[in-house]
Write a protein that binds this ligand. Structure first.
Ligand code: TRP
Ligand code: SF4
Length: 328
């Protein structure tokens, strides 16, 4: 069999994942395992660009990894690891920092956004360097593909420029990766805004069936449909966005038509949705719970993955050190 192309992606360990994280990224990670040599990691150093309070990071890492495994990431086929357990990433970042103009980093849109949104008065060197650390994460494994959302595309672009600059300066070591854009369905939260932990409108993979029901029942619908007898418009209803993801025909059309004709009420409509969304989420939840109950086994998976990642990282760093040509 021909050597499979490599895929690399990471997530910051911020605890259990929600439906938006799953449908926007994790489900795709799982699928990619069939065709690629996948490396997936917990970007724990990246947390420090946000805050120095790390008390909850270890538990958050376990919860996130439980979701990875529950959703079907297979540690036999994919290399699952923790960034800080492969400290070679830091050495590569240091060397990249020598060939990267500060202006390239100042121009990265996520940098400006973070400063504005979080009103950061004195941005750290680490925050400025965030995308460069990401470039080191990616290039360390000579990944061909980086599955990310559109917001991360500038980081992959920067990674390509850094690879080119390094290769021109020291010699050809790094291939240029490409972003692999995921078709991300619209995943609204229960209040109709984008699903996000910080809005408190999310449905988590760890949520029990009862919790999901309690979150879906009061969910925001077409605001024009005030009474049961008012016809509604599925096109503007966040509940219907979830229908599109979970509900197959003929129930999808039944819901849409029932809404437009006021043939069904919003609660009936949500029951149809629950009928289709609870079973697949139940399967993920049961598996993720089984893992979450054995945190030591999760740590072992990540330790083993980090060891395997480090073998690749050491190989790359040997080439890099040779190219940089410092040692007598
Ligand atoms: N920056 C990514 C995010 O915020 C996480 C990340 C860190 C990453 N390093 C990476 C993603 C390398 C892909 C490849 O979501
Ligand atoms: Fe939304 Fe369904 Fe109510 Fe229509 S019937 S407004 S699609 S919840």
């Amino acid at each position: 069999m021909a050597r499979r192309e490599r895929v690399l992606s990471g997530m910051r360990p911020s605890g259990g994942l929600h439906l938006g994280n799953y449908l926007g990224a994790l489900a795709n990670w799982v699928t990619l395992q069939d065709d690629y040599d996948c490396f997936y990691f917990s970007a724990d150093w990246h947390v420090l660009t946000d805050r120095s309070e790390t008390r909850d990071v270890p538990a958050n890492t376990i919860e996130m990894a439980a979701d990875w495994l529950g959703a079907g990431l297979d540690p036999e086929r994919s290399t699952l690891f923790i960034q800080s357990w492969v400290p070679e990433h830091a050495e590569l970042l240091l060397l990249f920092s020598m060939v990267t103009p500060v202006g390239w980093l100042e121009r990265v849109p996520t940098y400006k956004e973070r400063i504005e949104q979080q009103e950061i008065v004195s941005p750290s060197y680490g925050l400025l360097g965030y995308p460069l650390l990401q470039a080191a994460d990616i290039l360390m494994y000579k990944a061909a593909w980086v599955p990310v959302g559109v917001d991360q595309v500038p980081h992959v672009e920067l990674t390509r420029e850094v690879a080119r600059r390094f290769n021109n300066t020291f010699g050809p070591v790094f291939p240029e990766p490409d972003a692999k854009l995921t078709q991300i369905p619209k995943v609204p939260g229960t209040d109709g805004r984008k699903m996000s932990k910080s809005y408190g409108n999310d449905i988590e993979l760890a949520d029990s069936e009862e919790t999901i029901r309690q979150k879906v029942r009061p969910m925001v619908t077409d605001p024009a449909r005030k009474r049961r007898t008012d016809p509604g418009n599925p096109e503007v209803c966040p509940v219907f966005d979830l229908h599109r993801i979970f509900t197959p025909e003929p129930d999808l059309t039944t819901a849409a038509t029932g809404c437009r004709t006021a043939g069904i009420g919003c609660l009936d409509c949500k029951d149809i949705l629950l009928k289709h969304m609870l079973p697949p989420l139940g399967r993920i939840r049961e598996r993720r719970q089984a893992f979450a109950e054995k945190p030591d086994a999760i740590v072992e998976v990540l330790r083993d993955g980090s060891r395997r990642a480090q073998v690749v990282a050491r190989q790359t760093m040997a080439e890099v050190r040779e190219a940089v040509h410092l040692s007598p």
